[in-house]
Design a protein around this ligand. Structure first.
Ligand code: FAD
Length: 490
């Protein structure tokens, strides 16, 4: 076989959000870049997870809003949900977004795109179908695959995961969800609103790393919509009835899958459903890469990676879900910056994810940046202030009839902003000002100068900022100083 060797500066393996970000930045600074993708450009966020899930969420929100239209004086008539039409609408949105991540656009930028599954021949050579790519630097951006927990009777080809649920073209009669993190809650709520019965079973409390009070409010909101949430419950076995699963056009009955679990009171329960969705951990997609040929060290299921995103081979980097980051789309551009600076400069730049915003697209939405109340207390003890402002005190939220939620701002007694958690409609938008505050190291006294228009939800941030400032000024010495200044004016 005639093999073509192509020499480039950088070879990026995987064209999801992370690989595309590295390829775009590298080519823009004049590097010769090869980008290899075995399936579709755009990867998981475009084709299977983020956008399909967000589209589903928006459709489900409309269903919910119309169900509660009477709050605004409209008579509500039950509408049947046409899930195929919902899916078509989502597909149309994705097709509108897709050109930005297309081969055409990247080729026009100067990136050389290759189709196929890449594997290492050695630490500078990558084997493709007929071609060999010889690269000075290599970036592994191959994403992740969902883990299926080791539960008695569970069959991985008969369960839904966050990666394949977009293929489902029916509304499950009864969806059983295993898991209690953000994605599990988002999908549970969307399907509930589209008409499914939903039972959620999680080993821990829901969103265990989140502010405790806010996680409780999310639990309340979801339970209030009819989702049966079983926290601190352990699944002991799963029984599948049929051989098929994802989208074969069959309306499954409630006995298609049976889950046996032990509740927090040690009661053994059995629940039957039409579909089982498993939202567990993920592992990097590295099995086909032949990493040992390149001398890249692996630890368990992951690539050994240092904080500067280098593997054990200094010229081979790893980014995105294949690496050590928190697995968000918005991490891609940040990591691409770090990788390129580490390739080109003599400095050793390390990643710091502590100021990355985190959003969970439930309704109400959850967003946070920096430390939670509990984390700050563990680190600084009593030297912190926590200010809470409730959505019910925000005029816009009242008019929108979306009063559930709160904002919590955590500051050090010296005025340093340590973190913020928000539960509110559009919390993902509201968090931006706090991301800016943390990234610019602003003090709480700087916040009241950022005016929020009236009536907006942003006013909730201003109110919390104001309260936080007030409590930082209410210390004994500050009060004494103010009293002295009043005594001796001018
Ligand atoms: C259900 C779900 C919802 C999410 N929602 C959000 C959200 O709302 N907001 C957010 O910020 N993040 C969200 N995320 C995370 C986000 O999707 C990921 O952070 C992002 O997709 C990671 O991109 P990536 O490039 O690392 O991996 P991927 O997008 O998985 O891309 C990896 C690419 O590499 C290719 N590949 C793999 N092996 C090879 C090989 N050997 N040769 C060639 N190509 C290969 C794959 O085909 C794939 O296209 C969500 C994730 C999930 C699972």
């Amino acid at each position: 076989m005639n093999q073509n060797t192509i020499k480039v500066d950088v070879c990026v393996i995987g064209a999801g959000a992370s690989g595309l970000a590295v390829a775009e930045m590298a080519v823009q600074i004049g590097m010769d870049v090869a980008l290899i993708e075995k399936e579709r450009l755009g990867g998981a966020f475009l084709n299977s997870v983020c956008l399909p899930k967000t589209g589903l969420f928006e459709a489900a929100k409309v269903a919910n809003t119309s169900r509660h239209a009477d709050r605004f004086g409209f008579e509500y008539n039950e509408h049947a949900v046409d899930i195929r039409a919902v899916k078509k609408g989502i597909e149309e949105s994705i097709r509108r977004i897709e050109p930005h991540y297309s081969a055409g656009r990247f080729e026009a930028l100067g990136v050389r795109i290759y189709e196929g599954e890449a594997r290492f021949i050695d630490d500078h050579h990558i084997q493709l179908k007929e071609d060999v790519i010889n690269a000075k630097y290599i970036v592994i951006a191959t994403g992740a695959v969902p883990d299926i927990p080791d539960i008695d009777g569970i069959k991985s080809d008969k369960v839904l995961t966050p990666y394949n649920i977009h293929k489902l073209h029916e509304t499950p009669r009864h969806l059983i969800v295993l898991g209690g993190q953000g994605v599990a809650l988002e999908l549970a709520q969307s399907y509930r609103r589209l008409g499914s019965r939903v039972t959620l079973i999680t080993e821990n409390t829901i969103m265990p790393d989140t502010d405790f009070e806010i996680a409780g409010m999310i639990n309340e909101a979801l339970s209030g919509e009819g989702i049966k949430i079983n926290e601190n419950s352990r699944v002991s076995s799963v029984k599948h009835k049929l051989d098929r699963l994802v989208d074969d056009g069959v309306q499954y009955n409630d006995d298609n899958v049976t889950v046996v679990f032990e509740t927090q009171n040690r009661e053994v329960r059995e629940v039957g459903g039409s579909h089982l969705l498993v939202c567990a951990d993920e592992s990097p997609e590295i099995t086909c890469l032949d990493l040992m040929n390149a001398g890249v060290d692996v630890e368990g299921k992951s690539i050994k990676t240092s904080q500067d995103l280098r593997t054990s081979q200094k010229h081979i980097f790893v980014v995105g879900n294949a690496g050590l980051g928190p697995g968000y789309m918005h991490v891609s551009a940040y990591e691409a910056h770090i990788v390129l600076k580490n390739m080109l400069l003599r400095k050793r730049l390390e990643v710091d994810y502590s100021q990355m915003p985190r959003v969970v697209f439930t309704d109400p939405e959850f967003a946070a940046v920096g430390m939670t109340d509990e984390q700050a207390r563990t680190k600084y003890g009593r030297k912190i202030n926590v200010s809470v402002s409730k959505l019910r005190d925000n005029d816009r939220a009242v008019v929108m009839k979306q009063e559930a939620g709160m904002i919590k701002v955590i500051t050090h007694k010296n005025g340093q902003i340590l973190g913020c958690s928000i539960l509110a409609a559009q919390a993902g938008e509201l968090i931006s000002i706090w991301v800016l505050a943390l990234s610019q190291n602003l003090k709480i006294r700087d916040m009241p100068s950022v005016l929020a228009a009236y009536p907006t939800l942003s006013d909730v941030s201003q109110r919390a900022g104001g309260m936080s400032l007030k409590s930082s000024l209410s210390g004994f010495w500050t009060r004494l100083l103010i009293r002295l200044l009043q005594k001796f004016p001018g």
